[in-house]
Design a binder for this molecule. Sequence first.
Ligand code: 13P
Length: 340
Amino acid sequence: MNKELLESIARQLVAPGKGILAADESTGTITKRFAKINVESTEDNRRAYRELLFTTSGIEEFISGVILFDETIKQRANDGHTFVSVLEKKGILPGIKVDLGTEPMSESLLELVTKGLEGLDERLKQYAGFAAKFAKWRAVITIGEGIPTELCIEKNAEQLAQYALLCQQNNIVPIVEPEVLMDGGHTIERCYEVTSQVLKTVFAKLNEAGVYLPGILLKPNMVIAGSESIKSSAEEIARLTLQCLHENVSAQVPGIVFLSGGQSEVEATANLQAINAMKGDTSAQDNTPWVLSFSYGRALQTSVLKTWGGKSENITAAQAEFYKRAKMNGLASKGEYFGE
Ligand code: 13P
C-alpha cells in the first residue's frame, strides 16, 4: 500500500470546486434510464451516450473524476481513443464501479447486501491495468418497519471495509458508499438516526480492518426526509447532515462526496450549497475537516439524457446541459451557488 499515492489521488478528487461524475450505471440501470427517453440500450448507444458526456468541452473545470462501468472502461470514442485516454487528456481521473449489485440478505429478505467480494482482488488488478485510480462500492440500507436491522448494517459495513482494504492494497482509492435510501415516508430525524448508526459502524469496521483513512473518500447520502414524506428545507438538511458527519466521520478522511439519491438536479445542487454555506458560517473556529463535494449520477445526467433523446443532432445541446450542471455543482461545492 502506497499511502502517499493514495492520499494524493484522494485529494486530487476533491480539489477545490470539483467533484465526481458517477457514470457507472450497470447495463440494467442504464437500460432503465434509456427506456424513459425511448432509446434502445444497445452497446453502441451506451457508448455514444458516454462519449457525449466525456467529450463535453470544459467539464474538467468542475469534474475531477468519472466512475465508469466495466463495459465503459474498455470502450473507445469515435476517433479511436479509449475513453480512459479521453479523460486522462483532460486531467480527469478514471474510476471504476467494482461491486456487482445487491441481493437480498438471507437472514432478512427485505434488506440488501452487496455482491462482488469474490474475485475482487483479481478484478482490481485488471482495472489497475486499465489505469483506474479509484473505485466505488455501494452498500444499500433501507429504512422501513423494523429495518434496518443491526445485522444488515454490520454486514454491509464489513463488506465495505474488506473492499476498501483490497483497493488500497492495489493502490486504488476506495470510495466508501453506504447509501441510506430515500425511498419511503420516514422523517428526516429517522434518516439522521439511521445514517448515524451506519456511519458509526462503517468507521468502526474500517478502523478494525486497518484501512488508511486519508486514502479514502466517503460517499454518503445527505440526511433528508423520505421521498414520500414532507420535504425538508435545505437549511434543515444541511444542519442535520453536518451534525451527523461531525459526530461520526473521522477527521482523517480528506473528502466527503455526496450521492444525489433521487433528489432533483436543482435540489441536489441547492442542498450541497446549503451544506457548504453552513459549514462556512461556523468557520470562526472552522472545525469541518473535510472537503464537501459531489459524486452525482442522476443529478448530473437527468436533463442531459432528456435533451439528448438518442439523437446525434441534440449532442451539442445535451453537452451544454451537462456543462451547466457540472458548473452549478462545482460552485455549490465552494458555497458559491446562488441559483441557476
Ligand atoms: P445518484 O447520484 O443518482 O444517487 O448516483 C450516485 C451513485 O453512484 C450511486 O451509487
